[in-house]
Design a binder for this molecule. Structure first.
Ligand code: B1M
Length: 223
């Protein structure tokens, strides 16, 4: 693998966003994911190679470390920010269709629920795994989920809930999705959600963390 991709992968894994970023201390003053991704493109490395060989593997390591409690939310957020700073250079290629994504993933925090830190982490990790994200935000009602599914055929849908009181809305939304679009795959998560609850409401999968969501989604990746 090219030296640039190795450096980029390291920056993402350890959350080095750009040259100005003081974090992590051992890389202070050095280029970060932002500058290195730009340089890789300028040197003719293809966007999908940057994604597949540097960004996705780095985020997979980050997800795995988070699951194993080797790192925590702050380190994961820094890694996701570094990944985003590289992704901004790649996005024009994806948007033009020159480079393909693995598929679309619609995500939102369910109606009545304003918690978005976990939902955003899941979205960033899934984006880092090569998916296009349609983030509906927080307090997303059933109609908004249904409209997004209608507008994005073939997308997988993720629902997040952090309150025991809003889990009921997760149930209503999953039932409406299954009633209107029986082929759509639904993935649920959030602190009070469990696999038992997932099965009870008829959702397809529950993941307690972002990496589990990535692993599950990857089986639906477009070739
Ligand atoms: Co809220 N809050 N909060 N709160 N808040 C909790 C959730 C709570 C457990 C605190 C407590 O009482 N101990 C409690 C819920 C109790 C319950 O229902 N059983 C609670 C409450 C009661 C409330 C209010 C009702 C408080 C009030 O106003 N009286 C209120 C409700 C507002 C509303 O939503 N309508 C409220 C408000 C808020 C803030 C706005 C102040 C703020 C949210 C800020 C924001 O998100 N932008 C907030 C916060 C920060 C929390 C705590 C402290 C932290 C939540 C968090 O971000 N965790 C939380 C207590 C706690 O957890 N210690 C609490 C970090 C995040 C990375 O984890 O979101 O679990 P988490 O996401 C994880 C996994 O769950 C998973 O991956 C993530 C990474 O591992 N995951 C998915 C999440 N979504 C997924 C989706 C997937 C797959 C995995 O697939 C689609």
């Amino acid at each position: 693998m090219s030296e640039l991709l190795t450096q980029l992968s390291y920056c993402v894994e350890f959350g080095k966003i750009d040259k100005a970023s003081p974090y992590p201390p051992n890389l202070k003053g050095q280029e970060g994911a932002d500058e290195i991704a730009r340089r890789a493109l300028d040197e003719g490395i293809k966007p999908d190679e940057i994604l597949d060989k540097a960004l996705i593997p780095a985020m997979a390591i980050v997800g795995d470390k988070f699951t194993k409690k080797i790192i925590y939310v702050p380190q994961m957020l820094m890694a996701a920010k570094a990944m985003s700073s590289a992704m901004k250079h790649l996005k024009p290629y994806f948007q033009s269709g020159e480079t393909k994504r693995k598929g679309k993933f619609i995500i939102g925090t369910v109606s009545g629920d304003l918690h978005d830190i976990g939902k955003n982490l899941v979205a960033m990790m899934i984006e880092g795994a090569g998916w296009e994200i349609i983030d509906l935000g927080v307090d997303v009602n059933t109609d908004k989920f249904l409209k997004a599914i209608n507008d994005n055929p073939g997308a997988v849908v993720g629902l997040s809930a952090l309150l025991t009181t809003t889990m009921e809305h997760m149930k209503k939304t999953v039932e409406a999705i299954k009633g209107n679009y029986s082929g759509v795959t639904t993935l649920v998560g959030g602190a009070p959600v469990t696999m038992d609850y997932c099965l009870k409401i008829g959702a397809d999968f529950y993941s307690p963390d972002p990496q589990g969501a990535v692993n599950y989604l990857n089986q639906f990746a477009l070739k």
